[in-house]
Design a protein. Structure first.
Length: 169
């Protein structure tokens, strides 16, 4: 959730939450968090956090940095604000607008597709909605169980590696 998206689509935010899905923070203004000072990082996180909490009552705890840009300062700031920084391991490339079939193929045949994989899709990409049903069905046919990220992450005794993956200490 970005601040603008929450403001523009409040009923969708509520529907996502009502559907049992995780709500995640993507910053207020979609800025590169590695270029911000600590106070601005906190403001970017907590502004959208408070909007979602007011709208849904949910205390979000998942944060995907815009552009996938993160460093130790971003991860630690997120943690200080009650967030787990999340990265993806499979990029659907849906943002390139190659079409629904390309999204399905990219995800379902991705070299990093494995148990625990996190798949990146965008809510504003042109063909994502058209690709979702087929992509999810194919993943299930391949034996994958689809679960919310909150069921995949470690909550203690871990560190983040250079690829943004959690590693148990």
């Amino acid at each position: 959730m970005t601040g603008h998206w929450v403001e523009s689509y409040p009923e969708d935010v509520k529907a996502i939450q009502a559907g049992g899905h995780d709500l995640g923070n993507h910053s207020e203004n979609h800025k590169n968090m590695t270029e911000l000072g600590a106070e601005e990082k906190t403001s970017e996180l907590m502004s959208v956090h408070n909007k979602v909490k007011e709208l849904t009552g949910v205390e979000m705890e998942l944060f995907r940095p815009p552009f996938g840009a993160y460093d130790d300062a971003v991860v630690l700031n997120a943690r200080d604000n009650g967030y787990y920084a999340i990265q993806w391991s499979v990029d659907s490339l849906d943002w390139k607008d190659y079409g629904a079939d390309a999204i399905v193929e990219t995800v379902c045949e991705h070299k990093s597709l494995e148990n625990g994989a996190i798949i990146l899709c965008h809510n504003g990409a042109k063909y994502t909605v058209k690709a979702l049903d087929e992509m999810l069905t194919k993943l299930q046919d391949q034996g994958y169980e689809l679960v919310p990220i909150s069921q995949l992450i470690y909550r203690e005794n871990f560190h983040m590696d250079q690829e943004g993956r959690q590693v148990l200490n």
